[in-house]
Design a protein. Structure first.
Length: 128
């Protein structure tokens, strides 16, 4: 339990933003594709693994439906994620992390993600 607490504390300190609901949304000055590309670049520079990138609006187009630009980047750090899952295997439901880059009805672009602090608090509640 002490090991898990230390790992979670280290994980929590990696992100300065916390949202009570867990969802953090940051406005971007770029379009969806550029924002997603820039995010991937930063993640890779920080040593993260980008597992997948899903283009939801492209998938919608394939079934002849319209969807504003919406992309999901799935990423993580297997060194940390594996340790968290070894402490509490159900953490795998929230890992790897995801970032959603999307355009709202007014044409504004947002980057949204669940705050690591929120994910950690949910993991702690699950273990109680």
């Amino acid at each position: 339990m002490i090991r898990m607490t230390l790992l979670l504390a280290t994980y929590l300190l990696s992100s300065p933003i916390f949202a009570a609901s867990g969802l953090v949304s940051l406005k971007s000055n770029h379009d969806v594709t550029t924002t997603a590309n820039r995010l991937e670049t930063v993640l890779l520079e920080k040593g993260m693994t980008v597992f997948a990138r899903i283009n939801h609006d492209e998938a919608a187009w394939k079934i002849k439906k319209k969807l504003r630009p919406t992309q999901l980047v799935i990423f993580g750090n297997p060194k940390i994620g594996t340790l968290l899952m070894q402490c509490q295997q159900t953490a795998a439901i929230d890992l790897p992390q995801k970032a959603l880059i999307w355009e709202d009805e007014k044409g504004r672009v947002w980057l949204s993600y669940n705050a690591p602090e929120y994910i950690a608090s949910v993991m702690i509640l699950k273990s109680v």
